[in-house]
Design a protein around this ligand. Structure first.
Ligand SMILES: Nc1nc2c(c(=O)[nH]1)N[C@H]1C(S)=C(S)[C@@H](COP(=O)(O)OP(=O)(O)OC[C@H]3O[C@@H](n4cnc5c(=O)[nH]c(N)nc54)[C@H](O)[C@@H]3O)O[C@H]1N2
Ligand SMILES: Nc1nc2c(c(=O)[nH]1)N[C@H]1C(S)=C(S)[C@@H](COP(=O)(O)OP(=O)(O)OC[C@H]3O[C@@H](n4cnc5c(=O)[nH]c(N)nc54)[C@H](O)[C@@H]3O)O[C@H]1N2
Ligand code: SF4
Ligand SMILES: [Mo]
Length: 856
């Protein structure tokens, strides 16, 4: 509202950064603009340092206010120089036409971001399909939410990060946070956790680091990165063994539990301790807390999800939640903590490769017909699904790949996995256009850079982590020469000969509502007026017939039924797989990556904020004191991290909050301190999520503490590798750390096998995998036997040596056993060892076996 005396005006809007979308009140008019936190239902007056400092950037001297183009068109070694919008858009249109004429429509690609408003994201998807008619569009949410989203759709039928309002967290008796550090990534959300703890609620945090979140928890589980799936399966194993599962709920509201029950039989507590490093006592405490809490919530975030088994990991935690009867129960459930400002809305309205607005599938003929009618195009003209984000980036400039690309609101040169490879692929493009408000590392590589309006200068809507659609309101006008992406896309579409693109947010929102009507994420009943009046509206919110009362929106999902065809949630049996890359002699430690409080994402914005630079000025690698001592590293020393993909340098932050075998670095910097020069682009087979959270790393000290660390020698960098398409999971034997000092080799006869009993007196071989011959010239010893039995009868396993029974292992009905075997005699070279099984006649079920031997 304008102030008559000063000419300033105050506007209620939201912080530009994360998915909490804290409400703020901005005062603008007499620059510089300022803001104060608002008493919005999400942040309730709270704000973090990023939110407080956000206005600093609006009139930052490095803000782009004119389009930039190459001084010599087509020559990216020539400098970027200021130009006019006409020239910049002309160059883009010419490049699009030339590329599509030569290489076909799919050779022009679009890459979007979860920071865009719903209107912009929707417009970008439509722009790709209608103005460019390309299938090549995806966005950075693939690097963020895709695993959890895929799991939620499989299990619950719908992906809305949190299916309940954040305020439910304050009412819960127990909250388990898996790979989530809100004390640093969403500080104002901590008030809900704190309120719960003040009432005596349990907060249990699963994180390889004792984070600021974990420090305040009642229990901290500190697993090895990449083992959360095994942990979840193990917790369900205990819940079953202890009779804690909610059989009535499972029968009434779910399908597929029997398969999961059989699957988790193999995750007995001490095996899970061995895989994860989480002590059995802590596993038990977690399960009992979850099962006993009247209201219990499990939340996962990037720590658990950014793995090549991210989707299965999220499914494992959903399985646990379902078995305990949590989803849809009052004040309880499973959710994932969405990350970017519009990470939720940005994945609903069509900037994903496989998707049309309203969270519709692009392969669904009915969805295509509906959306085509709203767009006024022939359904046949809408392209099919395109490649996922990393796969699109990795094919840039190749036959069949994208050759001209438009990037909106993403800084892939810093944030994509194996970033040096992505940078080299960007160099193969015929043409790159980037829209940003600063010259990001990606924009630096572009042919044309479009200066975009910032959050306080534009209108639109964002959907926060709870599925609440909120309004980004214009608090001030953009600097001269700067345009909203909505307008730029509308203008570009027009120049490409496509009609029906508006630059007005309200008009686009109304169209988005129509396009989403009837879809899973139905926004058709939401209007700007309703958002204003109701402090946001939770989707789905369909439009009701004229005269009928308005749909109230849906703060809580799944209370009656799940969003599957039969209304039941689906269990999915999932198995632990080892990380794609495990420590070895050359790269002996585990690297994981993530965030620090005072930097945001690829850092384009926050690295330019003076106040935030005071808090987090340099990238730091966290190392445990034991590891630091081994490597001769002192606090603040310059260290070089090397992986199979690249090298990067950081200041050492020696801290006992991290596991001694793990190193953590933030990914907010590029250049010589690029965490993503190191990360592994092994992709999840379902979600195509890269393994940002685990790879093998070597650490060396390169110098004493100094303010600026020189970048690693370019010559020392490995060459970017060709992309090997990811293969499906193959379950492995339980993981073992290799050591170089002991000349012994572990051998395992292990796995889960079906058995059919032929009588207790008639043992027989189970599977060829349960046979091992000691190599000539070596000897072996059996170290232990562990086994589980899913049947209702006693079974036994028999260790057979050269055809003769050697040891018997009885396992009771639905029981397990663990037998140390260290005193068993040596097995000489040539000896054949086998495991046979016996069960009463006709009894069927599964056994889980794990015989550990050592070969010396
Ligand atoms: N300050 C700040 N806040 C942000 C952002 C930011 O860049 N900076 N980004 C926003 C966005 S887009 C997102 S997606 C969210 C992300 O929010 P979070 O998921 O909370 O953030 P991360 O730091 O990526 O990862 C969380 C934790 O996972 C742990 N972790 C690493 N590997 C594993 C593992 O294998 N298992 C488990 N259980 N934990 C593991 C890390 O130690 C880390 O503490 O934050 C949002 N908020
Ligand atoms: N190693 C490692 N890498 C990671 C992660 C990790 O945990 N570890 N996390 C991943 C995750 S969860 C995410 S979400 C991605 C994020 O990675 P990015 O996609 O790079 O996200 P941002 O840094 O937010 O990039 C946004 C860019 O667009 C600009 N921008 C912001 N808003 C707008 C807008 O509205 N319009 C326009 N035109 N420009 C805008 C910003 O200035 C910035 O340069 O990084 C991923 N990369
Ligand atoms: S928590 Fe997120 S939305 Fe809130 S002020 Fe901080 S960055 Fe902004
Ligand atoms: Mo994210």
């Amino acid at each position: 509202m304008p102030h008559p005396a000063t000419g300033t005006r105050t506007t209620a809007t939201h912080c530009p950064y994360c998915s909490l979308q804290c409400g703020v009140t901005m005062t603008a008019g007499d620059r510089p603009a300022t803001l104060v936190p608002a008493d919005f239902p999400v942040n309730r007056g709270g704000l973090c340092s990023k939110g407080w400092s956000a206005p600093e950037l609006l009139d930052h001297p490095e803000r782009l206010t004119r389009p930039l183009v190459r001084a010599v068109p087509g020559d990216r070694t020539s400098p970027l120089v200021e130009s006019t919008w006409d020239d910049a858009l002309d160059r883009i249109v010419t490049a699009v036409r030339t590329t599509q004429d030569r290489h076909g429509r799919d050779a022009v690609g679009c890459f979007g971001g979860g920071g865009l408003t719903n209107e912009q994201a929707y417009q970008f998807g439509k722009f790709a399909r209608v103005a460019l008619r390309t299938s090549a569009i995806d966005y950075n949410g693939r690097f963020c939410m895709s695993s959890a989203a895929g799991a939620a759709i499989k299990a619950l039928g719908l992906d809305r990060g949190m299916p309940f309002p954040l305020a439910d967290v304050a009412e819960a008796d127990v909250v388990v946070l898996v790979g989530s550090n809100p004390a640093d990534t969403m500080p104002p959300a901590m008030q809900y956790f704190d309120a719960g703890r003040a009432r005596g609620a349990e907060l249990i945090v699963v994180d390889p680091r004792r984070t600021n979140t974990a420090k305040n928890a009642s229990l901290h589980l500190q697993p090895l990165p990449g083992t959360d799936l095994a942990l979840a399966n193990g917790l369900l194993h205990i819940a079953l063994a202890e009779g804690l599962v909610d059989e009535a709920y499972i029968a009434a509201r779910t399908t597929g539990f029997d398969d999961v029950r059989a699957g988790v039989a193999g995750y007995w507590p001490d095996r899970v301790e061995r895989l994860t490093g989480v002590p059995v006592a802590q596993q038990r405490r977690t399960v009992f807390a979850l099962a006993r809490g009247k209201r219990a919530i499990i939340l996962s975030a990037r720590g658990a999800e950014q793995h090549r088994s991210g989707t299965d990991t999220a499914l494992a935690w959903i399985n646990l939640a379902l078995a305990l009867g949590l989803p849809g129960r009052e004040g309880s459930g499973w959710g994932t903590v969405t990350g970017q400002g519009n990470g939720q809305g940005g994945r609903e309205h069509g900037q994903k490769a496989d998707q049309l607005p309203g969270y519709r599938k692009i392969t669904d003929p009915a969805a295509r017909a509906h959306v085509a009618a709203v767009w006024g195009v022939d359904p046949e003209s809408i392209p099919g699904p395109g490649r996922s984000a990393f796969e699109m980036l990795d094919a840039l400039g190749t036959d069949g790949g994208v050759r001209t690309m438009l990037v909106l609101a993403s800084n892939i040169a810093v944030s994509a996995p194996d970033a040096r490879r992505v940078i080299s692929r960007l160099g193969n493009l015929d043409f790159l256009a980037v829209s940003d408000f600063f010259l990001s590392e990606t924009a630096e590589l572009a042919d044309v850079v479009l200066p975009s309006a910032m959050w306080a200068e534009e209108e639109g809507t964002m959907t926060n982590l709870e599925g609440r659609v909120v309004r980004r309101r214009q608090a001030m006008s953009a600097p001269d020469g700067v345009r909203d992406d909505l307008q730029s896309l509308a203008e570009l579409a027009g120049r490409l000969g496509a009609a029906g693109f508006s630059g007005d947010a309200g008009t686009v929102f109304a169209e988005l509502g129509r396009a989403s009507a009837g879809g899973a994420a139905d926004y058709s009943g939401i209007s700007y007026d309703r958002i204003d009046a109701e402090d946001g509206v939770f989707w789905p919110c369909p439009q009701t017939p004229a005269g009928a009362p308005e749909h109230p929106g849906t703060p809580r999902l799944f209370t009656e039924r799940f969003a599957t065809p039969d209304g039941r949630a689906r269990f999915h049996r999932v198995e632990h797989v080892d990380a794609h890359e495990r420590p070895d002699a050359q790269y002996p430690y585990v690297l994981t990556t993530g965030r620090v409080l005072a930097q945001y994402q690829s850092g384009t914005q926050t690295r330019r904020s003076r106040s935030l630079q005071l808090i987090a000025p340099t990238p730091r690698a966290e190392l445990h004191p034991d590891l630091a001592r081994t490597l001769g590293i002192a606090q603040g020393d310059a260290v070089e991290l090397a992986t199979r993909r690249g090298r990067a340098r950081f200041h050492a932050q020696v801290t006992d909050t991290i596991r001694p075998d793990v190193v953590f670095v933030p990914f907010h910097w590029g250049g010589g301190a690029s965490a993503n020069a190191l990360t592994d682009p092994a992709l999840d087979p379902t979600s195509r999520m890269p393994a940002f959270k685990v790879c093998a790393v070597a650490v060396t000290r390169v110098g004493v503490a100094e303010e600026r660390i020189p970048a690693p020698e370019p010559a020392a960098q490995p060459q970017p590798l060709a992309h090997t398409p990811p293969t499906a999971h193959t379950p492995h034997a339980p993981s073992r750390r290799r050591t170089t000092s002991v000349k012994s080799t572990p051998r395992f006869l292990s796995g889960v096998y079906p058995i059919t009993g032929e009588g207790l007196g008639k043992p027989g071989p189970v599977d060829p995998a349960l046979r091992y011959q000691v190599p000539e010239g070596r000897t072996a010893q059996a170290l232990y036997f562990r086994g589980g039995n899913s049947t209702d009868e006693l079974v036994y396993l028999l260790l057979v040596r050269d055809g003769e029974p050697m040891r018997w292992f009885p396992i009771g009905a639905k029981g397990d056993c663990h037998v140390p075997l260290r005193v068993v005699e040596d097995l000489d070279g040539g000896t054949v060892v086998e495991l046979h099984a016996a069960a009463p006649l006709g009894v069927t079920g599964e056994i889980v076996v794990d015989l550990g031997l050592v070969e010396v």
